[in-house]
Design a protein. Structure first.
Length: 74
C-alpha cells in the first residue's frame, strides 16, 4: 500500500492571517464540503496533526498545483 498523498493548501481568514498546511485529498474534500454547510467549526486533519477552524472566518482556500517545475520561470 502506498503512502497517502498530501496536497499543500493555504487557508486565508477574514483578519488577514493565512494557515499553510499539507492535507490528504479526503481531508480537503471534507473541508470544502464543510465550507458550504451550516456548522461553524471544522477539525481539519493536517499532515502532522489537526487544526480546528472557524468556518465563518474563512475568506479563501488556495490549493497548490502538482506541476513539477524546473528552472527559473518554467
Amino acid at each position: 500500500m502506498s503512502p497517502e498523498r498530501h496536497i499543500k493548501i493555504s487557508v486565508g481568514f477574514a483578519g488577514g492571517q493565512v494557515l499553510a498546511a499539507r492535507v490528504s485529498t479526503d481531508a480537503l474534500e471534507g473541508f470544502r464540503t464543510a465550507l458550504g454547510g451550516a456548522d461553524r467549526w471544522f477539525d481539519l486533519a493536517i499532515e502532522d496533526g489537526s487544526v480546528r477552524i472557524d468556518l465563518t472566518q474563512v475568506a479563501y482556500v488556495r490549493v497548490d498545483s502538482d506541476e513539477a517545475r524546473v528552472g527559473f520561470g518554467a
